[in-house]
Design a protein around this ligand. Structure first.
Ligand code: AMP
Length: 276
């Protein structure tokens, strides 16, 4: 595995890779969720590139950029057997003095996370476009954990004609259902227990759906009720939306996305299930 930082190194290393290239973009502090993307890329492509970059432009002013967990040595050990090239650019490389170009997706980036985290997706799509231009992968791997992010990136790839196939991989969970996340490390033991409320809430809503309920408001109510039983959980949003447009539904007729953002203490967790 070659570790590189600069754009010049990236260009020359990329030229030496013959055949298909798969990219897994990450912010580091890797866990089994990230590794599932990298393994899938390993299975499907001749070469695997991993990027590790805590992208400052996707964090809001009051978010956790400065304390975002990092452990590069551990990350490198984890990915070494699976990866040809790891690109770890600095913020100065990605956003040099005088930087002024942004990529912004409109409607699909505006509800849910887009409403709660203004500017977040503008940062995500800009950095992912830059990662795509640098690495020039044939396929890029994202997690269903960030369902709206995957939808926004698919839209960007369609709209800007990136010749890249977007592969979305299933959510990897802990044994008790909590979706793996780098941010789970912020949780103390009591909060860690409370964090299973997200999975329980989504599971209860799914049970309701499987028993025939199609009223989206009743499904959202069920998710809120389960979360309300968890005193440490402060709900930011729960949603039952059309899978393709992410618009809130009245009735579930086709594929739907159940999603939520919940604060456990100061830690903001997101999770989702797909119905239908
Ligand atoms: P991050 O480092 O949090 O930016 O995540 C990098 C990529 O890993 C994103 O495409 C995430 O959706 C994906 N990812 C994060 N957690 C999980 C998980 N538990 N299961 C599957 N994919 C994940």
């Amino acid at each position: 595995m070659r570790s590189i930082t600069s754009l010049d190194e990236l260009r020359s290393s990329r030229l030496s890779l013959d055949g298909t290239v798969g990219l897994a973009p990450t912010m580091g502090f890797l866990h089994e969720g990230h590794l599932s993307l990298i393994r899938r890329a390993r299975d499907e492509c001749d070469h695997v590139v991993v990027s590790i970059f805590v992208n400052p432009t996707q964090f809001g002013a009051n978010e956790d950029l400065s304390k975002y967990p990092r452990d590069i040595e551990r990350d490198l050990k984890l990915i070494e057997p699976l990866t040809d090239l790891v690109w770890m650019p600095t913020a100065e490389i990605m956003y040099p003095q005088g930087y002024q170009t942004w990529v912004e997706v409109e409607a699909i980036a505006s509800p849910l996370e887009g409403t709660m985290r203004p500017g977040h997706f503008k940062g995500v799509t800009t950095v992912v476009a830059k990662l795509f231009n640098g690495v020039q992968p044939h396929k890029a791997y994202f997690g269903q954990k960030d369902a709206q992010q995957a939808a926004v990136i698919r839209q960007m790839v369609r709209d800007l004609n990136f010749p890249i196939e977007i592969v979305v991989c299933p959510i990897v969970r802990e044994a008790d259902g909590l979706a793996m996340s780098s941010r789970n490390v912020y949780l103390d033991p009591e909060q860690r227990k409370a964090a299973t409320g997200l999975f329980r809430s989504l599971s209860a809503a799914k049970d309701l759906y499987e028993n025939g309920e199609r009223n989206a408001e009743k499904i959202r109510r069920k998710m809120k009720d389960v979360l309300a039983d968890e005193p440490l959980a402060k709900v930011q949003y729960v949603s039952c939306a059309d899978y393709d447009t992410l618009e809130e539904l009245d009735a579930i007729n086709g594929k739907a996305l159940l999603s939520m953002a919940v604060f456990i203490g100061k830690t903001r967790l997101i999770d989702n299930f797909v119905l239908g």
